[in-house]
Write a protein that binds this ligand. Sequence first.
Ligand code: 26Q
Length: 849
Amino acid sequence: MTDSSKPGRSGRGSAPRRATRRPSTPRKAARRAAPKDEPPLGADALARVVVDKLHVMQAAGPATATPNDWYMAFAYAVRDQLLGRWRHTVLAFARPDIKVVAYFSAEFLVGPHLGSALVNLGLVDAARGAAEALGLDLDAVLAQEEEPGLGNGGLGRLAACYLDSLSTRQVPAIGYGIRYEFGIFDQVIRDGWQVEITDKWLRLGNPWEIARPERTFGVGFGGRTETWKDEAGRHRVRWVPARLVQGVAYDTPVPGYRVPHVNLLRLWRAEACESFDFDAFNTGDYYGAVEDKVVSENLSKILYPNDEPAGGKRLRLEQQYFFVSCSLQDLIALHTQMGGSLDALPEGFAVQLNDTHPSIAVAELMRLLVDEHLMDWDEAWPITTRALAYTNHTLLPEALETWPVSLMGAVLPRHLEIIYEINRRFLDEVRRRYPGDDGKTARLSLIDEGGGRSVRMAHLAVVGSHSVNGVARLHTELLKAHVLRDFHALWPGKIRNVTNGVTPRRWMVQANPDLAALVTARIGHGWIRDASALEALAPLADEPAFRDEWRRVKLGSKRRLAEVIRRRTGIEVDPASLFDIQVKRIHEYKRQHLNVLHVVTLYNRLRRGEAAGEPPRTVVFAGKAAPGYWMAKRIIRLITAVADVVNGNPAVAGRLKVVFLPDYNVKNSMPVYPAADVSEQISTAGKEASGTGNMKFALNGAVTIGTLDGANLEIREAVGADNFFLFGLTADEVATMKAEGYVPRDRYHADPELHEAIDQIAGGAFSAGDRELFRGLVDGLLERDEYMLLADYRAYVDGQRRVAEAFADEPRWTRMSVLNTARSGCFSSDRSIKEYCETIWHAPPLLEG
Ligand code: 26Q
């Protein structure tokens, strides 16, 4: 093994780790290992390196190079600039007084690497110059990169923003996950419908990863358990798996912004175990050996979309266990390799579980400590709970993961035993606390005894962690009051809040370079690292000259998005119109169809000449529907159907346009946020845990129309109620209205504009007379309306009217826009990471140099 494949403690075998908790004060890194202060590469030097890479990595020359060859050459050239700093950081991990954050996540939606690396290394100008010298356009080179779509949406993207902030704050960290061969599907729109295309992101190679074929761990599945007695005569358990798979590490460097600190993203790929192949081969079963290879490799083949209920998907459970086991084995190896004792593991590593997807870690760490390292249970349990912490990302009961006991027993028999033992001890504590309260015991149990018995993974995560956090203030309060109420009563103080954040490096510096330049020209560049400094823009909101510049930048961004829309959909939109944008996964609770009801209402008013003073509007949607989610796919069809009719009607030409931008992903989202005037954050109150798109929009100067849901509350509080368009029921009102018997059909009868819009959709006005196409969708609204669209319709339409009035007042609107940016600094992921470091991980930054 090369030493860079041992990020934790390579070459430091004798230094023992201290077992005491240290304060969160910055550590100074060893000077001896500091990288040489090389001058940053200039354009000519970079161009020479690129040509060299073209030759040595692609076997191509400038005359024959394809666009991909050029991209690869740039990528290798820039990646090489990271390697020295990477090794330096990795060496610093070896110090005994350093705590490393291990972020366990089934998803990392990092987006294209090259652009980020250029920004973080300060090489944007050099790269632009190098491209020019080589007769290339840097933007075209950047556009070549196929992004790793290793996530569904918010949760995976959050993990990526957190890695960026951990590196920028110089906190030693490893992101652990799965190297899916096929990430989230690519979306194309055919005849108005979503069609899913396999995401072959590795087809042209991945210059950013380094395979570590020697960094492997075995992971067992199935089989049985046996008991045995150790030398001391103690009862021990051994797991005899039926099948063994091997995880191979693939490492990607994660550079911080203009700091000599590069963290590690370590993703595991599944391979067949050679020994097993060999056995089958020796007995003449060549096909059996190959089959085992295929089955094993399936484990890291595909990212599951978040559509179906969690339970029942054996491969999904196997994936979760696979990456958790590899990652914990890796941590333990790193920790012990340099002399760390196992009881000091929580001083060496803070493991964060990103939702319940990695929560089998609780049982696996216990198994590794008790069965493999022969610890006593009572010794192992506090190590486990002190090492682990859990983040919850959902309030939707159907999204809480459970696994049937039968499936868990078949795939992970030893873990099921361990879960039962954890539960037995835990429920003893519960019964002592609440004698005779069987209801309480049943509610808190790790096992749901109703119907088919199942393991409640959120309960396992809560019991096995020292800290549990929600992702926005309201979400955390709702967790304490509902989803985790009994746990909150049992362990007050264990559930805390860390509001999500987004990295200003990707979402402003990279996505919106013109705005970033304007801001920097006025307040300096400190905001890029400390976004609270954006506050200094607030007084400029009253300066007409500054507002003019602000508007000019916004118009430029809108022109660029208009060009993207034209190129990708053929629709022409007016950059001067109000850009009203809703981009996120398609889900009923996010209520894209409420937005559609407003579009239809506006369309009707315009046709009737009832919309005097209404500014021209461009309504943009983008987002993927999970392939198995019937209603979400219908909602996309509704958007495209309404778009076709509205865009094709000359009566509203120049007044209203509707766009569905296909294949929403990190790359395609980058021109979207800067171009928004209005950000649609209209989920049913109490359903969206936080949202992070809402933060990206606000940072880029969009004004939100939104409900009191997720982080919207905090955004409204930060930017000021005057600079946010609030509408709709609160979470409490939603609950009360439902309890009192909500009848959506009454709303339909009581509101003529709503009645008309629904009738048009049902009657085929947007489907060439076809009354079947949207029948299920409309019936769902009239009969159940689970997400209260009809209850919020009037408030929303009135809110949109207020938006239109404000937009028509240019100085007022621009002021609102500036103040949104100025006051959104607290939604930087740097702030979130600081809070995690100080309150949960107790992991101080490492100050280099
Ligand atoms: C689970 C089981 C089986 C298959 C898939 C899944 C699965 C996968 C991904 C379930 C959920 C997800 C993703 C959830 C997610 O993105 N949640 C969002 O997290 C954001 C970051 O905290 C929040 O801002 C959003 O509010 C929340 O919806």
